[in-house]
Design a protein around this ligand. Structure first.
Ligand code: GLN
Ligand code: ZN
Length: 756
């Protein structure tokens, strides 16, 4: 059995690339030093794959920032404003990635978007009418030759023409269809060059194929490859898909002269059925993704061997691999000194997954793989107990009834009760929760973690910060106050650390974008809350003021979406467990005079399945109820807020309303306000606070522009429903601009109120 890797993480097991890049950006190291770090990482990654006998080792999966940006640069998709800077190729590349402000000019970065259903972000290639797509770069070939010098004949990897054209943004009149011949020609030249260099395979990544495809999409795909594939020569072409199944294009793929088709059997729910139903061409190699490339749990060989067994009967030529690039998992367990041996025995990060391929391969060499020691060891692990069970939690989730998901009285009645109780002015003003996490706030937390200050000192510092923050909010005249979230490193990690059932790593970083990595918590067992997590700080803030103070929590769906989930129970079950734990916190806050509680669901929108037909059944049908479970137990006069980032939820607007919060605030200032039209049209009952200014820049908005923003919202939204707040993320801003901007916001609200 041969094995293939789609892509390997790039930033280094200790984030070497991140640190080198950041030094380079600050001018502390030279371009050649940065290149040396890149070369060292590539060599190390190739070597470890070779040691694990991987047959198809990728190259060009390395990137200084992002693979789609690399593809754009390889194919001359560099907008004029970046070319005009007259910088070196590397500097031009970073200008597109991060923006440039200096002697050569001032340009913003390309837009960034989430890569399918992952937390990785890609740079959106921008194509205008004057663009000329053609092969001008050499990175793909350079890295192939670099590996060849190390005696490794790699499989170069490139984003395919279809996905490239579909993900690009068109700023002129021309659209994807207008670039078919140019783009195809560019890929033809890539193939020609690889023929010259003696490559055996190329992997063209076409993840766009796992989304809902229209007839036009399929025509575009076929047109591109009908032109590209005749240039194959001696190079074999693998079209690689991942993150789902290719139900819309399976037959087109079989019909085109690809030499290999990469199919994901982990996330692709219909993949196996497709192969069963339509067969798999004898002259093609099936590259089957059988090991989860996105999660950190060990592979269960029993299931994988059964799957491989069936696939061997269906496809004449079979290669096994990961379900997607290993970019989405951390590097290695080897640096984790604090995890227990028991924990570690269940995990498999990128390096350990390579070992799994070596093991699968070795097992498959035996007539009876099930008799091997490797197999028996794996079965023992999965049959053993994992100390994850909390019977009380399981009893509670299984005893839930419809009533637990229904808040009473209904919205309209609550709204009236709350209006009478809080007696807020029209257009009430508030913020989304956090206030600037200045250096002293972070230093205090680090000192506490290191044991340099006592818990008492640590808390006292936070209490003082809260007092200062509450006093300032009162002084500038905000209507609903917050405590400022000074105690939180991160909105998910904070809760994960306080809940039982999560575990944390030291080095399990995963690239989010460019040099930014995240370290998601791991859902290890049943989740429960053993003690209040936020009550002390919120209650302290409330003790300082007569104004309402919003308690601040993260919702179950967001906590789950930003963690590595369990695979032994469903996402739904985990979400309900987390929901029950957060529900206890909500009720404790309510019992401690916190009359308004915000439950952030920042990441609810982002895990919407790639296919529309899966939205309800796979996701919303449990995500929305999980949120309702969190707040259904409060009194009518306790006001529940929620918050969402990226306001692109027009298409699930009714589901958002069905969360049955009393108020939703969302990030809106950079959107085209399309969401406000959607709210207007659908009879949205929840009160709304669309962010009225962008906090991603230190700019202080003027009172006039804030008034204009509010008036524009008032054109579409009933004044009785509208709240006034900035976008989320004040924790990343400086102190001065934050307070100056908020003063303007309160002033603008007052002036608009006067005109009502
Ligand atoms: N309450 C959080 C904050 O204000 C919300 C963060 C977010 O929207 N991602 O920071
Ligand atoms: Zn947000």
């Amino acid at each position: 059995m041969k094995t293939s890797i789609i892509g390997y993480p790039r930033v280094g097991s200790l984030r070497e690339l991140k640190f080198a890049s950041e030094k380079y950006f600050k001018g502390e190291i030279t371009a050649s030093e940065l290149h040396r770090t890149g070369a060292e990482l590539r060599a190390a990654h190739w070597k470890i794959q070779q040691e694990n006998r991987i047959d198809y080792i990728p190259s060009n999966d390395f990137s200084f920032y992002d693979g789609l940006l690399d593809t754009a640069c390889l194919l001359n998709i560099v907008p004029q404003r970046y070319q005009a800077l007259g910088l070196s190729p590397l500097e031009t590349y970073f200008a597109m990635a991060r923006g440039y402000q200096g002697e050569q000019g001032d340009v913003k970065a390309l837009a960034m978007k989430k890569w399918f259903n992952t937390n990785y972000h890609y740079m959106v290639p921008e194509i205008d009418d004057s663009a000329s797509i053609r092969l001008t770069g050499t990175k793909l070939f350079d890295e192939f030759l670099e590996a060849k010098q190390q005696n490794i004949v790699t499989k170069p990897v490139l984003i395919g023409a279809f996905t490239l054209l579909k993900l690009a943004r068109y700023t002129g009149a021309k659209q994807a269809e207008d670039f078919v011949s140019e783009a195809a020609e560019a890929y033809v030249n890539v193939l020609k060059k690889l023929n010259e260099l003696g490559a055996e395979w190329i992997q063209l990544d076409e993840p766009q194929l796992v989304t809902d495809l229209s007839k036009e999409d399929l025509v575009l795909f076929s047109k591109l490859y009908a032109r590209i594939l005749p240039a194959k020569g001696n190079v074999k072409v693998l079209v690689q898909t991942y993150f789902g199944d290719v139900r819309d294009g399976y037959r087109e793929l079989q019909g085109l002269p690809f030499d290999g088709i990469g199919i994901d059997f982990v996330e692709g729910k219909k993949s196996l059925d497709l192969v069963r139903q339509y067969g798999f061409a004898d002259d093609k190699v099936l590259f089957a993704g059988v090991v989860n490339g996105k999660n950190i749990w060990k592979n269960k060989y029993k299931n994988t061997l059964a799957l491989i067994g069936e696939l061997q009967g269906l496809a004449k030529q079979l290669v096994i691999g990961s379900s997607c690039s290993l970019l989405h998992v951390p590097y290695s367990l080897k640096h984790e000194s604090k995890l227990s041996a028991d924990n570690k025995s269940h995990f498999s990060f990128a390096e350990e997954k390579l070992r799994e391929f070596a093991e699968l391969k070795a097992m498959l060499d035996y007539a009876d793989p099930y008799a091997t020691e490797t197999y028996i060891h794996n079965e023992t692990l999965f049959n053993g107990s994992r100390y994850t069970v909390n019977e009380a939690v399981q009893a509670r989730t299984s005893a839930l009834t419809d009533a637990d998901f229904t808040r009473l009285p209904a919205f309209a009645e609550r709204e009236a009760v709350q209006k009478a109780k809080f007696n807020l002015p029209p257009l009430p003003t508030t913020t989304i929760g956090s206030f600037p996490q200045t250096a002293d706030v972070r230093a205090n937390r680090f000192s506490f973690k290191k044991g340099a200050v006592s818990e008492e000192q640590y808390k006292q510092f936070n209490f003082d910060k809260i007092a200062e923050c509450v006093a300032l909010q009162e002084e500038i005249g905000l209507d609903v106050l917050v405590h400022g979230e000074y105690e939180r490193n991160d909105m998910v990690e904070y809760f994960g650390e306080s809940l039982d059932g999560f575990i944390f790593t030291e080095y399990a970083w995963v690239q989010s974008y460019g040099t930014r990595c995240v370290k998601p918590p791991i859902v290890w067992g049943d989740i429960s809350r053993s003690k209040p997590m936020t009550v002390e700080y919120s209650a302290y803030a409330k003790s300082l003021t007569d104004k309402p103070v919003k308690g601040m929590l993260t919702g179950p769906v967001t906590i789950l979406n930003w963690s590595f989930p369990r695979e032994d129970i469903s996402l739904k079950t985990s979400a309900l467990q987390i929901a029950l734990a957060i529900r206890e916190e909500v009720l404790d806050l309510e019992a401690n005079r916190i009359e308004i509680i915000q439950i952030d669901e920042a990441a609810l929108r982002e895990k919407l399945p790639l296919r529309k037909s899966d939205w309800q059944a796979e996701y919303l049908s449990w995500a929305i109820p999980a949120f309702r479970l969190v707040h259904s137990g409060v009194q009518a006069d306790t006001q529940i807020h929620t918050h969402m980032c990226y306001s692109q939820f027009s298409d699930i607007i009714r589901d958002i309303d069905a969360m049955d919060a009393d108020v939703i605030t969302f990030e809106a200032s950079r959107s085209d306000l399309a969401i406000i039209d959607a709210i207007n049209e659908c009879g949205f009952q929840t009160e709304v606070g669309p962010g009225v200014y962008d906090i991603h820049s230190p700019r202080i908005p003027s009172v006039d522009e804030l008034k204009q923003g509010l008036n524009r919202m008032l054109d579409k939204i009933d004044v009785a429903k509208l709240w006034v707040n900035p976008d989320c993320g004040l924790k990343t801003r400086g102190v001065n601009e934050t307070w100056a901007s908020l003063r303007h916001l309160v002033q603008a609200a007052k002036e608009v109120r006067a005109t009502l």
